[in-house]
Design a protein around this ligand. Structure first.
Ligand code: FAD
Length: 290
């Protein structure tokens, strides 16, 4: 199943993201997490990938588990930073041989050493190559608050248009905690003539220790309302978890009410948390999820 068909169906979709274990680590626990996540009946499950091919094999293995063992559509992330054309071609062939039809094509972060791949400069190079030589539904990343390397959001949207011109069929957003940021971004995309489906990335923050790392990685700003929740509940893990689930639930209700039909949950490999959110929205999702 090509994900683009679901994303453009006009129905609400809910997808979940998982990350595979590091190379060489056992897969049993990750496979259990896949099974538990698949029981939530998401529209698809995405599987992240380390830069430079560090977790490629496990990405393929876990994406295959999603698809073959659990009967759920898989979206495999493919990262070109630090890779070569040969390695990427081999990876795509392997994905195909596992029946995987959907990829999220990414550049990856520039390593601290600054040592980048010469074969690909941007995700758009990877997307162009996949679109030209392979038959995949291709997604790309977008950043409602701008990518950290971009001098401006306008500049970033120009980069985004290059990815779409190269063959990206849908976009998944970086996490955001203030829906107004997404609405503003959607307006700018519309004005720039970008009209591919956009999946809104929601990260449930259920542990106060997550926050610092999350902001550092995502560059997302946190609204005052969110800070007050963390301030109040940071030392009470069960309360923080409940509040984080409620915050994500409310964010999603507001998004759907405002016509954002495609929701992506960054599950951080916690199916119970994704499950609580999906349960909270059962009437909303049941009536419209494809
Ligand atoms: P690009 O699209 O290449 O963008 C990088 C920068 O270059 C941006 O500032 C952009 O504006 C600019 N730009 C883009 N195209 C051009 C162009 N043609 N010319 C000039 N400038 C350009 N990382 C991982 O390692 N593994 C993952 O599994 C992973 N999954 C992710 C999933 C999502 C939904 C998101 C939002 C991010 C994910 N990342 C992942 C992180 C991502 O790899 C980093 O944010 C990385 O720094 C940028 O990747 P990109 O594909 O957006 O790059």
């Amino acid at each position: 199943m090509k994900i683009i068909d679901r994303l453009s169906s006009g129905k609400v979709t809910v997808s979940c993201e998982l990350f595979p274990p590091k190379a060489g680590k056992p897969l049993e626990d990750a496979k259990r997490i896949v099974r538990e996540t698949a029981k939530l009946s998401p529209s698809y499950i995405s599987v992240t990938c380390g830069a430079g091919g560090t977790t490629n094999d496990n990405t393929i293995e876990i994406a295959s588990e999603v698809q073959r063992a659990c009967g759920c559509t898989a979206l495999a992330h493919v990262v070109c930073m630090g890779s070569t054309k040969e390695k990427i071609a081999a990876q795509l062939r392997q994905l195909k041989s596992h029946g995987i039809e959907n990829v999220l094509a990414l550049r990856g972060d520039v390593p601290l050493t600054g040592d980048t791949s010469r074969d690909y400069e941007h995700a758009s190079d990877l997307i162009e190559e996949i679109a030209r030589n392979h038959d995949f539904c291709i997604g790309a990343a977008c950043y409602p608050e701008g990518h950290p390397e971009s001098p401006s959001l306008r500049n970033d949207i120009d980069g985004l248009k290059r990815k779409i011109d190269a063959g990206a069929q849908f976009l998944t957003t970086q996490m955001f905690f203030d829906n107004n940021i997404l609405y503003n971004f959607m307006f700018r995309l519309l004005r720039a003539g970008v009209n591919v489906p956009v999946t809104a990335g929601i990260m449930p923050i259920t542990d106060a220790r997550q926050i610092e790392r999350t902001i550092k990685l995502s560059n997302a700003s946190l609204p005052q309302r969110f800070y007050m929740i963390v301030d109040r509940f940071r030392d009470r893990p069960a309360s923080m978890k409940q509040a984080g689930i409620a915050y994500a639930t409310e964010q999603i209700i507001d998004l759907i009410a405002n016509g954002i039909d495609n929701i992506h949950i960054y599950t951080m490999n916690k199916p119970d948390i994704a499950g609580s959110i999906i349960h909270n929205l059962s009437e909303i999702f049941d009536n419209s999820v494809s």
